[in-house]
Write a protein that binds this ligand. Structure first.
Ligand SMILES: Nc1ncnc2c1ncn2[C@@H]1O[C@H](COP(=O)(O)OP(=O)(O)OP(=O)(O)O)[C@@H](O)[C@H]1O
Ligand SMILES: [Mg+2]
Length: 289
């Protein structure tokens, strides 16, 4: 385990490494800023980078409720909006918080981390700030155990990530780095977080259209009877193609004549949609501001 006080020094060391770099820290420890600065340093060394954003609430790549992966090949890719759709791959979790949704969180992060594993030199994984308590530790322990990052960066203010130092101190696969974060990192309030999330949803849905899909062409998860019983107007839904890739998300509007389902979504190629996954979040507030 190596300790750092200076983030630039750690970035310099990590930018010479290949493999998967997993960032872990409670909220407002500078994970996303560190991830961007590290990606910048790697790109300046002409490396290809996969930026994996597994924060379903304060997401940077896909809309909230999704885990996103973006392939970066040029420092310019970072200055452009990370959430523009090019070279993005998404996984649907369906909630803006990981609580109660650990399976899709862990599976989605793993699936995206392996998608370009052999094609990129470095993958950076940014995560949610849920690290404490039995839930936080369970989520992060299993995620790390499955993804098996080569480098685990613990961003901590004091010694709050002590349990993680213990968990991985004998690992021969995972090298642990501890970065002491400064007191001057600006904390985001609950309201700031809601505002950011709503803006992300609004951006995503601003060019959405009403689309009608035929039930006979679709599969559902959960199975249709349960889906129909549980779904409410403005529930988010994941739209997958036959290869289990997420084409995007939509919101449920209505059923028509027991034959069709009406959704609102920016996904254009609706002929490709073959599976609808029911989410938990509802998004009416900012669709019609
Ligand atoms: N090293 C730093 N020094 C000063 N300010 C910083 C530093 N790192 C981040 N910040 C600022 O602190 C705020 C929070 O940073 P950031 O969003 O990177 O944290 P985070 O850990 O990703 O938060 P979250 O848990 O919400 O995902 C931002 O306004 C950012 O500009
Ligand atoms: Mg963040």
């Amino acid at each position: 385990m190596e300790m750092f006080e200076d983030d630039q020094k750690l970035i310099e060391i990590l930018s010479r490494q290949n493999g998967i770099i997993f960032l872990l820290g409670q909220t407002d420890t500078g994970k996303t800023t560190f991830a961007r600065n590290l990606a910048q340093a790697l790109l300046e060394k002409n490396k290809t980078v996969a930026f994996l954003d597994s924060d379903v609430g304060q997401s940077t790549i896909g809309p909230p409720t999704t885990i996103g992966l973006k392939i970066l090949t040029d420092p310019q890719d970072l200055s452009n909006n990370l959430s523009n759709n090019q070279s993005c791959h998404l996984y649907f979790v369906g909630s803006t918080s990981p609580r109660g949704h650990f399976l899709p969180m862990v599976i989605g992060t793993y699936k995206l981390s392996r998608m370009f594993f052999k094609k990129v030199e470095t993958t950076i994984i940014d995560t949610t700030g849920l690290v404490h308590g039995i839930y936080g530790r369970t989520l992060k322990f299993y995620k790390i155990s499955l993804v098996l990052p080569h480098h685990l960066v613990l961003l901590e203010k004091e010694n709050e990530l002590y349990p993680y130092k213990e968990m991985f101190k004998h690992s021969t696969k995972i090298k642990v780095y501890v970065l002491k974060t400064h007191g001057d990192i600006k904390e985001k309030s609950y309201e700031d977080r809601v505002k950011y999330r709503n803006q992300k949803f609004y951006q995503y849905f601003k060019d959405a259209k009403e689309q009608t899909l035929y039930l006979e062409n679709l599969s559902f998860f959960p199975p249709f009877e349960e889906f129909r019983r549980r779904v409410q107007k403005f529930n988010v839904i994941g739209l997958e193609d036959p290869s289990q890739n997420l084409l995007g998300i939509g919101v449920f509007l209505d059923f028509e004549n027991e034959k069709r389902i009406k959704i609102l979504s920016p996904v254009r190629d609706i002929g490709q949609i073959s599976l609808l996954k029911l989410g938990f979040a509802r998004v009416e507030n900012f669709l019609f501001p």
